[in-house]
Design a protein around this ligand. Structure first.
Ligand SMILES: *Cc1c(COP(=O)(O)O)cnc(C)c1O
Length: 377
């Protein structure tokens, strides 16, 4: 059966060019990047190239990029690492109610250790309120962490405005940009972003490699002790092959940025138009304008989301209810709860996230199966 994959916000397939560039580092180039001899130097050179590629993609300096094992680790390192290092300056952190759990749970851990956290509300489209943000600042506030774009509903937050407020008040600003990389042009210097998390497997690199950008001059504590890898901020022998893959993937995605995103928008708009016109009692969640190009999140009234996914799976369709992280968790999504979605709709939510390999024919196939299922109810 043909697989039709609409879950690119959960993970993406690794691009062939990326695999090709990684392969030598699983084979002949097995050197440890920290050693003296040439085999190790090759690995070190390849890592430097990857670091340059990541830095170039977001306009950072090369020594501002730290490789990690995933987006979650980058979020933990940024938030907890910064808080531990800077707790003498203040103990207050501002975030939002719709963050990824890597951010929310890092904040919860800090709360247990004496930090105070404000969780900002969002409006019905998932956008934070800048006035509420300003009003929540105290003389103890050291860090704001607001996601660039939401992984469930695709809403893009007003990052430049938030960063401006943070800068004016001398507060450090971190953003989880895991979903935004490749879909939004990011310039950390021009946008005044102090720290930024990203993850390879959301833009066609393998799972298990991420990066954290930290602006020069901002101090944070190492969370994982051991060797002095990654400018002595993250111990552990480097995952050279995957770091090479991440570097290649981020370069490729920004190489054909316009074409790629135009394609995603065309597929997404076609999907949303057909669903809205042909299926009754549905709601499109999130902001229709400030939105990730590949995200469509629609709730169907009185539909059971798990049953729907099960049915679609019979036809080789991969999509998601809410977000991938909550499939084993029956509680309603914290994001859909935060936007105030009606309870008759919340359980029947389908997140479709388009990617490089999708075609218009795939979209029509998906809508047709969806129509059959929802109209049968
Ligand atoms: C996927 C995701 C993460 C986690 O990244 P991993 O590499 O899977 O740990 C964090 N934040 C957002 C917004 C994500 O979409």
């Amino acid at each position: 059966m043909k697989i039709r994959y609409f879950d690119n916000a959960a993970t993406t397939p690794v691009r062939e060019e990326v695999v090709k560039e990684m392969l030598p580092f699983f084979g002949v180039e097995y050197g440890n990047a920290s050693v003296m001899y040439s085999l190790g130097r090759n690995a070190k050179k390849a890592m430097k190239r990857a670091r340059e590629r990541v830095a170039r993609a977001i306009n950072a300096d090369i020594n501002e990029i730290y490789f990690t094992s995933c987006g979650s680790e980058s979020d933990n390192l940024a938030i907890k690492g910064f808080a531990y290092e800077n707790k003498s300056k203040g103990n207050h952190i501002i975030t939002s109610k719709i963050e990824h759990h890597a951010v929310l749970d890092s904040c919860k851990t800090l709360e247990k250790q004496g930090f105070k956290v404000t969780y900002l509300n969002v409006d019905d489209k998932g956008k934070i309120n800048l006035e509420e943000l300003v009003n929540s600042i105290t003389n103890q506030t050291i860090l704001m962490t607001i996601m660039f774009a939401n992984n469930e509903i695709g809403t893009i937050e007003p990052i430049e405005e938030i960063a401006k407020i943070a800068k004016k008040k001398n507060i450090v600003f971190h953003t989880d940009a895991v979903q935004a990389i490749g879909n939004v042009k990011i310039d950390v210097k021009q946008m005044n972003i102090d720290m930024l998390s990203l993850s390879g497997h959301k833009f066609y690199a393998p799972k298990g490699v991420g990066a954290l950008y930290v602006k020069n001059g901002i101090n944070f504590k190492k969370l994982q002790d051991g060797g002095e890898q990654e400018y002595n901020k993250r111990a552990g022998t480097e995952n050279v092959a995957e770091i090479v893959g991440l570097g290649k993937a981020i370069e490729l995605i920004y190489n054909d940025y316009d074409e790629y995103n135009k394609k995603l928008i065309t597929l997404r708009n076609h999907y949303i138009d057909r669903v809205k016109n042909e299926i009754s009692n549905c709601k499109v969640n999130g902001d229709l304008i400030n939105r990730l190009p590949g995200n469509a999140n629609v709730s169907f009234k009185n539909v059971n989301g798990s049953e729907l996914l099960f049915e679609l799976d019979k036809y080789g369709i991969c999509a998601s209810a809410g977000s991938a992280c909550s499939t084993s968790n029956p509680a309603p999504s914290h994001v859909l709860t935060a936007i105030g979605l009606d309870k008759n709709y919340i359980g029947g939510t389908l997140r479709v996230s388009f990617g490089r390999d999708n075609t218009m024919e795939d979209v029509d196939f998906l809508v047709n199966r969806l129509k059959e299922f929802v109209n049968k109810k």
